[in-house]
Design a protein around this ligand. Structure first.
Ligand code: 5GP
Length: 179
């Protein structure tokens, strides 16, 4: 699997250290509040598992699945809820947890959708951010790493459902796309 990686962009050590920092910042900001963490399947699962353990406040964990990319690397702009939350959102403090924000289209849709359900608050936490690719504005409250415009895999992120279990974030070799 590692043979398909051209370059490690964020090491396992850097991921762990930054996740701890983000957890501490979130714990401080929500000092008197319970958090409903909303993970966006499937990419955010591994980050969310580590982030939840770095937060010292009570958290509830729930997930949404939206369709966006399939096996392609370019955003269609079409967002559809494939799995909705099980939790009731009204009056809760939501923390949306994403793996990566690229065009922002997925998150903009989710953010507006969740806001319409009358939560007490909604904040956005993303592990990775590609601001150079943004098509719509989204308010990012917690940002792990700003990265260049490369297609990345690992630590939850896939290409055609592969590479999610790599312990680092890396850039795929071009030849890995065609295999
Ligand atoms: P957006 O709607 O912001 O364009 O895209 C968000 C989603 O696209 C992410 O949750 C992720 O699933 C996918 N995505 C965007 N950029 C990348 C990337 O570099 N690598 C991978 N594996 N997925 C990406």
């Amino acid at each position: 699997m590692d043979k398909d990686i051209k370059e490690v962009l964020v090491s396992a050590e850097a991921l762990a250290a930054r996740t701890r920092e983000m957890g501490a910042a979130i714990s401080a900001d929500y000092a008197d509040k319970d958090i409903l963490m909303v993970g966006v399947l499937r990419g955010a699962v591994i980050f969310m598992a580590d982030l939840a353990r770095a937060i010292s406040r009570p958290v509830t964990i729930d997930f949404m699945a939206v369709s966006s990319y399939g096996a392609s690397t370019s955003s269609s702009g079409v967002v559809r809820i494939v799995k909705d939350l099980d939790e009731d959102v009204a009056g809760r403090h939501l923390l949306i947890v994403e793996d990566i924000i690229d065009s922002g289209l997925t998150l903009k849709y989710l953010y507006d959708n969740l806001q319409s359900r009358k939560p007490a608050s909604v904040r956005i936490c993303t592990l990775l951010n590609k601001p150079s690719r943004r098509k719509v504005d989204v308010p990012v409250d917690y940002n792990g790493f700003t990265i260049p415009d490369d297609f990345v895999v690992g630590y939850g992120l896939d290409y055609a459902e592969k590479y999610r279990n790599l312990p680092f974030v890396g850039v795929l070799k071009p030849e890995a796309y065609s295999s």
